[in-house]
Design a protein around this ligand. Sequence first.
Ligand SMILES: *[C@@H]1O[C@H](CO)[C@@H](O)[C@H](O)[C@H]1NC(C)=O
Ligand SMILES: *[C@@H]1O[C@H](CO)[C@@H](O)[C@H](O)[C@H]1NC(C)=O
Ligand SMILES: *[C@@H]1O[C@H](CO)[C@@H](O)[C@H](O)[C@H]1NC(C)=O
Ligand SMILES: *[C@@H]1O[C@H](CO)[C@@H](O)[C@H](O)[C@H]1NC(C)=O
Ligand SMILES: *[C@@H]1O[C@H](CO)[C@@H](O)[C@H](O)[C@H]1NC(C)=O
Ligand SMILES: *[C@@H]1O[C@H](CO)[C@@H](O)[C@H](O)[C@H]1NC(C)=O
Length: 384
Amino acid sequence: MALLRHFLLSSTIVIISFAACSSYFQEFPLITTYVDDDDDDDGTLSSKNLIKQNTCGLSSSLQIFNVSDYGAKGDGKTDDTQAFEKAWEAVCSSGGGEAVFVAPQDNIYLLKPIRFSGPCKSKISFQISGVLIASNNPSDYSKDPGHWLVFAKVQQLVVNGGGTLDGKGTIWWENSCKRNKNKPCKDAPTALTFANCEDLIVENLKIRNAQQIHISFQDSVNVTASGLIVASPEDSPNTDGIHVTNTQNIKISSSIAAAGDDCISIVDGSRNVEATNITCGPGHGISIGSLGAGKSKDIVSGVMVNGAKISGTTNGVRIKTWPGGSGIASNITFQNIEMDNVTNPIIIDQNYCDKKKMSCKQMDSAVQISNVSYLAVRIFHARR
Ligand SMILES: *[C@@H]1O[C@H](CO)[C@@H](O)[C@H](O)[C@H]1NC(C)=O
Ligand SMILES: *[C@@H]1O[C@H](CO)[C@@H](O)[C@H](O)[C@H]1NC(C)=O
Ligand SMILES: *[C@@H]1O[C@H](CO)[C@@H](O)[C@H](O)[C@H]1NC(C)=O
Ligand SMILES: *[C@@H]1O[C@H](CO)[C@@H](O)[C@H](O)[C@H]1NC(C)=O
Ligand SMILES: *[C@@H]1O[C@H](CO)[C@@H](O)[C@H](O)[C@H]1NC(C)=O
Ligand SMILES: *[C@@H]1O[C@H](CO)[C@@H](O)[C@H](O)[C@H]1NC(C)=O
């Protein structure tokens, strides 16, 4: 009797949930149709159905927006930009609860620059499990030469998925004035930018061969970044790993950067920045700055780098300010750092100058540097 009642109760739930799901699917036809192909009708049915019911009940508040359902081919050749834009429009305007944007694995999506703009109605989880590759046709970047993929003004965004972003940077590197003296000095796009985001989590992504900077956090508040793997050749110009600008309360952890410029660079307006368990090299090390370029007033405060392995880099932990700037860099701690095969392990350069960017005259002032601590910094072999 008890068993029967259990069965009846389960069946009722199943029916109700199926009805709820059906209407849900009408509203969101993008999701693969619910198929109940269980045809055994003994007692085990109810429990199987219950499991399905649970999944279904979940998905009614967790809507999934799969780029495949918006026409993305994922063959690495077709331009999937529009499909991503459409899927973003849908996920961002979906109301209530949580929504998931999925770029599934085993697919390669060729993308021109895209701006994923908020504010959005739901909390969005943006899952990149496949590979996103950048168009390497510079004319595709004519509207906004500074960016490939941008998330702007999105609150409570999570970007993860274990996938890869590939900036296909070679063409930009070859055209850089640092590689080819006959070329003009121009900035190339940043591969992945988060601008004006609040409560942002970015985790478990690989980003390689950026056109210039790999990941930039700018004008954002409350950011957690972890499990990021940056990989570009040592001779790729200005390919910073993780760039932090005008961002407050950011924690970067368990990340690896091998690139052609700074592994992490922290610049003007950044406050309360924490970096832990960072593996860096090759590259130019972990930098605060450059600050004060073009006589600007720059402020950075509260930087804690705690736990880093730096090897095969030109610099280890560096603070760099241009001649002529003002402002202050203060409350900075570098601790538990191990360095091996590093040319300048600890360096404060108040006369920094990237001649390719600006002419460098001797000046009387610079950004003030105050309260910097180095604790438990171990240096094994210097690099010559
Ligand atoms: C997305 O859609 C594709 C194609 O229909 C499918 O193979 C994949 O499993 C879907 N992924 C998710 C997470 O829904
Ligand atoms: C950032 O996080 C702090 C502490 O959790 C919170 O008080 C603050 O409101 C958050 N700020 C924004 C802009 O989300
Ligand atoms: C440190 O980061 C590496 C990835 O670089 C990760 O595998 C490891 O688990 C992290 N360790 C801790 C204690 O978080
Ligand atoms: C030091 O780092 C450079 C740059 O990554 C690398 O080419 C070189 O092999 C390293 N030397 C040692 C002894 O590890
Ligand atoms: C540096 O830290 C001290 C103590 O926490 C604080 O009083 C001071 O305002 C900080 N300086 C800046 C520029 O944030
Ligand atoms: C120096 O900075 C540390 C944090 O890095 C802070 O705890 C300390 O209070 C600061 N000291 C002064 C005098 O501002």
